[in-house]
Design a protein around this ligand. Structure first.
Ligand SMILES: O=C(O)CCC(=O)C(=O)O
Ligand code: NI
Length: 219
């Protein structure tokens, strides 16, 4: 049994464009996921190459099961309705003292989808803290599509180093602090990013998606 998102939580998601924390895994289950991921990393020279980071739920049965976890599906259903499609999954991994960061961006800019009816379920395999580079989100920023530019900055975890090309009010950013096993939800047009880790690793996995959304074009 999972606890469905309360109507007030769904209202906050609609108003702010994100909602957290949503409990998904018990701490021991989150640790088991982390160990499995670390075993995959160890088997591939310590780091996941692009071919293992893109849609890994198609490669690993434990991830195929995880994206169908009732707590994830129930929360996503509460905001998108039933009949869901998992469009993609990916890992954002920051090791201790890693210079990796994620620039401010909106996922809608480069996913090439026909409609913005998409929610990302970001599940923490380890605690996501301010010190280790938790995501930040700007409440209410999901109403408008902003211009972006590619930077190809070396430590940016986004494939082309995409970043928002106009001024944003970073001071309004909310730290998405999660315990291992908790998830956040964010709208596909949410303005978000994450700074470098000052300390510990953070692992994540995402995203169920609405069935009526199609890839508009290959990029
Ligand atoms: O995990 C991060 O730091 C960034 C994640 C992100 O950009 C996303 O989930 O859309
Ligand atoms: Ni993103």
């Amino acid at each position: 049994m999972t606890i469905p998102l309360a109507p007030s939580a769904v209202d906050r998601y609609r108003r702010d464009g994100f909602y957290f924390p949503v409990p998904v895994l018990a701490p021991g289950e989150a640790l088991a996921c982390r160990r499995r991921l670390e075993a995959v990393e160890a088997a591939h020279g310590g780091q996941l190459g692009g071919e293992l980071r893109h849609k890994p739920h198609l490669l690993f049965t434990w991830l195929a099961d995880l994206v169908r976890h009732p707590a994830i599906l129930d929360a996503v259903e509460a905001v998108l309705g039933p009949n869901l499609l998992v469009w993609s999954t990916s890992f954002f991994i920051k090791d201790a003292h890693d210079p990796a960061y994620v620039s401010w961006h909106q996922d809608s800019t480069y996913w090439g989808l026909s409609a913005p009816d998409v929610v990302t379920a970001w599940l923490a395999f380890t605690d996501a803290t301010v010190e280790n580079g938790a995501m930040r989100m700007v409440p209410g920023s999901h109403d408008e599509q902003l211009a972006h530019r590619d930077t190809f900055a070396p430590n940016n975890l986004l494939s082309r180093g995409q970043e928002i090309a106009v001024e944003i009010d970073e001071a309004r950013g909310v730290d998405i602090v999660l315990r291992a096993g908790e998830m956040s939800l964010h709208h596909v047009r949410m303005v978000h990013g994450s700074p470098q880790s000052l300390r510990r690793p953070a692992h994540r996995l995402r995203d169920p998606l609405h069935p009526d959304v199609r890839e508009a074009a290959c990029r």
